[in-house]
Design a protein. Structure first.
Length: 395
């Protein structure tokens, strides 16, 4: 109790994000869900898998559990449309390269240069670098599978410089890591654009994903934000409707949303890429599908049967509480603090956890909010714990 009274709340955060690691695993009722997602991913090289659940149900928490489960075979990247819908490919590339890491990046570029025949042997055994040959081989092999030949040439020039030209290696690696390049650096690398140009970011993303020994999963949170961007025009009231005179105009957000949807569809042309999207309802999923069907009806076959994230079952709250409190004690270096205390839910009780569950309808975010509130009362109220718990108002 002395530790709690010092002002440290074991439950301080109730919204999971893609930036802050969630170390707790899933509760028992969600193990099957995680296994189902795992099977879909392993049996489909390219797909979109919708993950549907109410607000606060823990969809982002599933991302962290999935990332831990699949880290031996997949790069798992979390993105939020709010953060990346502008400069989509560049921002996505930045997230991907952060997850890939520089060591894996170097392995990929080295492998590619070998495959492109960059090393020939003189007198049978002395390897000699032939950059021009490697670049020609790469371009001739790939020119029909990339839409923008200029972006492809830039990518090949950077990759070969990264492995084969010691005088340009640093600049090439900075380029590959998504650094912004000045004109002098671009000229040195013999490229026209850095990765801020969407065609270049997409080409490099495609090359690295398709040639990584790991699969790639992109977890797009709150995907229905696309629909809210599109509907913003309908919700805005105007005094004078000029569409009859000048023609209907779309808002910048609406235009950007349609472009993002097209870019997400284009991502599925990258071999070995799986996309998970989170949505709050089946209705939102159907709206997304209708919008996609307007562009390309055949694309709908990439959608797999949605997986549903359900509320906690009653037994889940007990395990969640105990694991969370144990992690709190570990983080403060007092794992033995509760030794000798018979109540496994100290300082709360099992009955009180039942009350929290009932009053939150099993919604994980609301459960955590309730735990934050009760622990704040315990920390800052002068009454003893029994009085606080007995008189607690859940409203």
């Amino acid at each position: 109790m002395r530790i709690l009274k010092s002002g440290i709340n074991p439950f301080r955060r109730f919204v999971a994000t893609g930036e802050i690691n969630e170390p707790l695993g899933v509760v028992d009722s969600r193990i099957e869900l995680l296994n189902n997602i795992d099977q879909v991913i392993k049996h489909n090289e390219n797909c979109i898998l919708p993950l549907i659940g109410d607000v606060g149900i823990g969809k982002t928490h599933i991302f962290w559990a999935l990332r831990r489960k699949l880290k031996q075979n997949f790069n798992v990247i979390h993105i939020s449309l709010d953060n990346i819908y502008k400069k989509f490919y560049y921002n996505l590339y930045s997230e991907f390269i952060d997850e890939l890491g520089v060591i894996s990046l170097r392995k990929i570029t080295n492998k590619l240069c070998h495959e492109w025949g960059a090393y020939k042997k003189r007198y049978g055994f002395f390897p000699v670098v032939d950059i021009k040959k490697a670049r020609n081989n790469a371009f001739n092999e790939w020119k029909y599978t990339y839409q923008d030949n200029s972006a492809l040439e830039d990518s090949i020039n950077v990759i070969t410089a990264h492995q084969l030209d010691p005088y340009k290696r640093l600049e090439a690696e900075n380029y590959l890591l998504g650094e912004l390049m000045n004109i002098r650096e671009l000229k040195m690398l013999n490229v026209e654009n850095d990765l801020r140009k969407k065609e270049n970011a997409f080409a490099m993303l495609k090359i690295l994903i398709e040639n990584s020994k790991f699969g790639t999963i992109i977890f797009i949170d709150d995907f229905e934000r696309i629909m809210s961007f599109l509907k913003s025009d309908e919700e805005n009231e105007t005094v004078f409707d000029s569409s009859w005179l000048y023609g209907a105009e779309e808002s910048p957000d609406s235009i950007a949303a349609k472009k993002v949807l097209k870019k997400v569809m284009d991502l599925l042309t990258i071999r070995g890429l799986r996309i998970l999207i989170t949505l709050n309802s089946v209705h939102s999923l159907e709206e997304i599908k209708d919008l996609i069907a307007e562009k390309n009806q055949n694309f709908l076959i990439t959608f797999k049967k949605p997986q549903f994230v359900s509320k906690f079952e009653e037994n889940d709250i007990y395990k969640f509480y105990k694991n969370s409190f144990a992690l709190f004690l570990k983080n403060i270096g007092n794992t033995n603090l509760l030794e000798g205390i018979e109540n496994p839910y100290y300082p709360l009780t099992k009955n009180f956890l039942n009350r929290i569950y009932s009053n939150t309808n099993g919604n994980p975010r609301e459960i955590i909010k309730g735990l934050i509130r009760i622990f704040n009362d315990i920390i800052y109220d002068d009454k003893n714990i029994a009085q606080i718990i007995d008189n607690y108002n859940f409203q």
